[in-house]
Write a protein that binds this ligand. Sequence first.
Ligand code: FE
Length: 337
Amino acid sequence: MISLRSALGIALFAAASAAQAQPVLNIYSARHYQTDEALYANFTKQTGIKINRLDGKEEELVERIKNEGASSPADVLITVDAARLEIADKAGLFQPVQSKLLESRIPANLRTPNWMAFSTRARVIAYNKASVNPDWVQTYEDLANPRLKGQVCVRSGSHPYNLSLGAAMLAHNGEAKTEEWARGVVANFARAPKGGDTDQLKAVAAGECGVAISNSYYLARLMRSTKPEDQEVVKKLAVVWPNQKTWGTHINVSGAGVVKTAPNREAAVKFLEYLASDEAQAYFADGNNEWPAVKTAKFKNPALDTLGDFRSDSLPIGQLAASTVQAQKVFDRAGWR
Ligand code: FE
């Protein structure tokens, strides 16, 4: 039998630990945008759950969670690109999340059982208005046409952004045609792949190449830049939403999942649900000039308004993610280094 005194003691202890036990949510994040500060602060304000954030490069964070094993403090992993989310998922780092709220807010093609998208970006074609006829660059397939010989600038074939595009090509055109396409693109290179997407855009503006593949937010970033040199780049470029008449423009995502060993699972799910709220969606997308995954979320972004509307590929993001390894093999054979 428990004496009154010890029962009281237990009650007091329980109250004290409840106050203390408000969990601290550990988020491993490969997003490094300044506006994300407000995103996290707002979650704490709403829920009282403090956030401890570890920023790092995608590959480093994945390695770290693997190495930490069962004792990892990580609750949530946030990263960009389906190819990278797939690497984390294949390594068994995520656990399934069931949430009616997430199911109702995030479109089905932007979710997998283990991770989901919170914003989208498009892989677009940018060309030099002075030297390239827009009719030549209306589709990704066009980039392999010999009339663009010596004109194409694009980053490495092993970069996740291109692997995800390759995965979309595989899904729509099959392996043989995708390999033929990759060979054609390589044959049209203006130079060996180097640098990031912004470097390709700058090279198009400088006339080193006529056309580049880039994620949409790099363009939006240049459009919103107050630097005169960036504005000069923007003036020389025009943008195409590729494949509007066929399967739609390839899109990718920023996404997150709950870590398999998450010490604070409940808080982690709450955080994902918070990311799907209207307010968080606006922060989350605006921070990197992306589109909210939640269709009804409002946002104010002059660059995105200028870029306008387009038809995106409706391929499920999980299917895309699963083919990125195959895409790498195809690109390797095609010599896309
Ligand atoms: Fe990027």
